[in-house]
Design a protein around this ligand. Structure first.
Ligand code: SF4
Length: 223
């Protein structure tokens, strides 16, 4: 998605996962998953009492057609989150931008001390954070550094279904990854079909057949 020529941080993540898939889906409308929507709604209450009835009512207001079965997912998230002490947000949904790098994004929660967090609707891995989340944190750090004029050392990733918050310290390799991914997106925007990456998640991908035909080889031969 383009925002006045800027690259959305969510697109950095999509391109990192697979630039070919990003190319195929470049004109598709963005849709938020129901699970993300539930985690997001819950996140507005982190740092205060998590009332299932009230949060579910809010979820229904945001998405009246949501599957009622997902109420149990909300209950599970609340039970997990109640095992952790959360900081309340000073601000939520703050748009951040880097003119220098041409990136734009949204920070889910910013705290009184200037730290920030992003909300994830998936469980945490045993240690650390997912590669996609490290890219998200680095993209936000680029933006915030330009906006506040100070180095941003990292950010929290809040894995709501597990009630886990992890701090990721931005590493030089994360910053390199952002720059390399931006370069790929610019090539795609110029109309170049990206190369099929060797480490793409092809086995779970609905474009597998299309890619096998367009690459002229079976991807399974490459992997
Ligand atoms: S099949 Fe593999 S290369 Fe093709 S779009 Fe899917 S993940 Fe990407």
């Amino acid at each position: 998605m383009e925002y006045g020529g800027h690259v959305a941080i969510s697109d950095l993540v999509r391109v990192q996962t697979c630039p070919v898939r990003f190319y195929y889906e470049r004109n598709d409308p963005f849709t938020e998953s129901d699970r993300y929507m539930i985690c997001k709604q819950l996140s507005y209450h982190l740092g205060s009492s998590l009332e299932p009835e009230m949060i579910w009512d809010e979820v229904l207001s945001v998405c009246p057609g949501i599957d009622p079965e997902l109420r149990s997912f909300l209950e599970t998230c609340i039970a997990s989150c109640n095992n952790t002490v959360w900081k309340p947000a000073a601000q939520s949904d703050v748009r951040v931008i880097s003119e220098k790098h041409g990136i734009v994004g949204m920070v889910d929660r910013i705290f009184d001390n200037g730290a920030f967090s992003i909300i994830r609707a998936v469980g945490a891995i045993p240690f650390g954070t997912f590669a996609a989340d490290r890219l998200r944190v680095a993209g936000i750090a680029f933006c915030l550094e330009e906006m506040i004029g100070n180095e941003v050392i990292g950010g929290h990733v809040e894995y709501i279904p597990d009630g886990v918050s992890r701090f990721h310290t931005v590493q030089p390799r994360d910053r390199r990854q952002v720059l390399a991914t931006l370069h790929k997106i610019r090539e795609i925007r110029k109309g170049e079909l990206p190369r099929h990456p060797l480490n793409a998640p092809c086995n779970r991908c609905r474009y597998k057949e299309r890619c096998e035909i367009s690459s002229g080889r079976r991807l399974s031969d490459l992997l």
